[in-house]
Structures are given as structure tokens and as C-alpha cells.
Design a protein around this ligand. Structure first.
Ligand code: SF4
Ligand code: SF4
Length: 341
């Protein structure tokens, strides 16, 4: 384990930036977001960025290919950007857990080469959540916010940052930082981790249970009349899907640039009325059906197809951002019965 004082964080960031681009949460007018570090950039103490760290691997918009036509000939141009090594500092346990959910989607056959190139090149430096928020419930999904993992795991305590390599990539990364860090034992970091776990046990959603959900529950919940009440005020704005680290739906479109056609993909949302619209029409015609799809996917369909793993990591972003204060916790409590009362 290595350590560095919080006051010297800029020296750590400078040393990392000397070898690869470094991205980290930075405060802005409307909350924290990931930015590229440059001298003078301050690391945000905010628990969560507005948008999650999934954007590094699955950006909101990206060009895929272009088509150039000349008479009857079509030339296909590969627009995939070259991706080199880059580091992300400050990833929280929930966002880190979301990567393994996204991996199941994008790294399964057929592998998404755009996503894979970024995953392969990233060094992920996580930070334990010393101050978890009232909207956090990652523990419901067996995520340990005190030990988030990644390539390097950081615990901040008493003005120090403790860094521990968790992968071979992380070991090589930390070795390169020995000039700005010093060796440490684990005691201070472990003491802080124990305190974090105590704080998590006292959070309002600490006892939220997933027991009522999982694979094989489609018939139990699909026609439940409570969906009417739960979805009644949903605006279909898609905010919950855009801030969610595990939502991974996208659309692919062609755009005439005037000099040819460019194909790009962009995030889509199952909450939108034209989502899944096909030649014969739309299979989900009401907001209730769209709303039900989002939560059934996370709580029933995804675990059914992924060895029981839920499609939510309890980051709490949808609790904080939904304009009508509807969210997955309310759905779990309403449908889940006594376990979640
Ligand atoms: S559903 Fe809500 S709490 Fe769960 S991962 Fe998505 S944004 Fe976070
Ligand atoms: S649940 Fe909330 S955030 Fe999601 S689409 Fe409906 S109104 Fe928007």
C-alpha cells in the first residue's frame, strides 16, 4: 500500500498526467462532472457526478462509420477513434459495479469493439465513500462502498489518501507513482473502511431488500395493477435512464452531412414514446408499459439472464434527479411488500 497527503493530490495528478490523460470529478455550477485534469484543476469532494462514469466507455454520442458515394460505388470509412491508455480517478463503488453489468452487454458475443477498446485502455482508480448519502443503497446489491475495487483502490482518511493496487495493471500504475507516494501499512485505511461500513448500516435505505425480485418473477409482477399508480405521473423525460450507470440502450442513425452519410449511435431511453418503434408500429404504446419495462428489466429480466445479477447498483442518481420524485426504490417498496416497508 502507498500513501500521499491530501494536500499533495495535485502532485499525484501531475505525475499520472505525465504518463496518460487523467480524468476526475470536478465541481461545476450544476454539480460534479468528469473533466480532464490540467494544472489547477481541483478534485471534487462530491459523492456522485451528475452523469456516471459509464460515459468513458459508452459515450452519449459517437461516430461509427461514414459512407462516401461516387456514382454506384460506396466507400465505407471506419470512424473508430484510436484509443490510448487513460486513467479515471475517483470512481465510486456503485459506478465501478456498473462496469461489470455493462461488460455483460457489450463484451458478450458479438463484442462491441468501440466499448472494448476503451475498457482495455482504462486504468480505474476508485475512491471509497467516506460520506455516503441518504439516497445511496448499493449495499442492497452486495456492493461494498468501503472497498470499491478497480485497478487501484483509494481510501481517504485523516488528510491522507491510501492507495492499494487491485490488479496487475494497478500494480504497474502505482509503481510509476513511487516518486510522489510513500509506503504505508494498512491500519489507517482499514480503520476508515470499518467506519464507512458502520455509516452505511445507518443509512435510511440500509435495509432495502431485493429478496422479492429476481429471475422467474415476470408473471408475478407483469400484470400487477400497482404499475398504473406508479407510472401515473411519469413524464417520459428519460432523465432516470440518462443518469443511470447501468442503462445501456442506444439507437443507431445515419446522417447526411452534405458530403456523405455518417452513421452514429446515441443513447436512447425505454421511457421514450418512439423507443422500440418498428415498421409495424410500437410495441409499448402507453407510458405505463414503458415505465414497467425499465423497472422489470432491472429487477427481473436482467437477473433472469445474468445469474441473478440485478441491473441496478444503488447509486441513487434517479432518486435525486427524477422531476416527479419517482424512482426504483419506490417501485421496490411498492411492489416488494413487507420486506421493504
Ligand atoms: S436505477 Fe437509479 S439507483 Fe439504480 S443504478 Fe440506475 S440511477 Fe442508480
Ligand atoms: S421516472 Fe422520472 S426521470 Fe424517469 S422518465 Fe419518468 S419522470 Fe422522467
Amino acid at each position: 500500500m502507498r500513501k500521499i497527503s491530501m494536500d499533495s493530490l495535485s502532485a499525484l495528478f501531475e505525475a499520472i498526467s505525465g504518463t496518460m490523460p487523467l480524468f476526475l470529478p470536478v465541481d461545476g455550477k450544476e454539480g460534479a462532472s468528469y473533466k480532464k485534469w490540467e494544472p489547477g484543476t481541483e478534485y471534487s469532494k462530491a459523492l456522485n457526478t451528475n452523469k456516471s462514469a459509464k460515459d468513458f466507455f459508452f459515450p452519449q454520442v459517437e461516430n461509427m462509420m461514414a459512407f462516401k458515394t461516387e456514382g454506384k460505388n460506396i466507400e465505407v470509412l471506419d470512424l473508430k477513434e484510436d484509443v490510448g491508455p487513460f486513467a479515471i480517478f475517483g470512481v465510486r463503488a456503485c459506478d465501478l459495479a456498473s462496469f461489470s453489468i455493462l461488460d455483460r452487454v457489450f463484451l458478450s458475443d458479438p463484442v462491441d469493439s468501440f466499448y472494448k477498446a476503451r475498457r482495455d485502455n482504462a486504468v480505474i482508480i476508485s475512491v471509497a465513500c467516506s460520506r455516503p448519502q441518504e439516497t445511496c443503497f448499493c449495499s442492497a446489491f452486495s456492493i461494498d462502498a468501503a472497498a470499491p475495487g478497480g485497478d487501484v483502490e483509494c481510501v481517504m482518511a485523516d488528510g491522507m489518501v491510501y492507495l492499494e493496487a487491485k490488479t496487475e495493471k494497478g500494480e504497474a500504475f502505482l509503481k510509476n507513482l513511487e516518486a510522489v507516494t510513500e509506503a504505508s501499512d494498512e491500519r489507517a485505511a482499514e480503520a476508515e473502511q470499518a467506519k464507512i461500513r458502520e455509516r452505511i448500516e445507518k443509512l435510511p435505505l440500509a435495509n432495502l431488500s431485493t429478496d422479492a425480485f429476481g429471475g422467474g418473477k415476470t408473471m408475478e409482477y407483469f400484470n400487477n395493477p400497482l404499475w398504473d399508480e406508479l407510472s401515473a405521473n411519469c413524464l417520459g423525460c428519460g432523465t432516470c435512464t440518462f443518469v443511470c450507470p447501468t442503462c445501456q440502450c442506444y439507437d443507431i442513425k445515419d446522417y447526411n452531412t452534405g458530403k456523405g452519410v455518417q452513421r452514429f449511435r446515441c443513447w436512447d431511453s425505454c421511457m421514450y414514446s418512439d423507443f422500440t418503434k418498428m415498421a409495424h408500429g410500437n410495441i409499448r404504446n402507453s407510458q405505463k408499459e414503458r415505465f414497467r419495462q425499465r423497472f422489470m428489466h432491472k429487477l427481473v429480466y436482467f437477473p433472469e439472464n445474468n445469474e441473478g445479477i440485478f441491473g441496478c447498483v444503488g447509486c441513487g442518481r434517479c432518486l435525486a434527479k427524477c422531476p416527479i420524485s419517482m424512482n426504483i426504490v419506490k417501485v421496490m417498496k411498492t411492489l416488494g411488500g413487507a420486506d421493504n416497508a
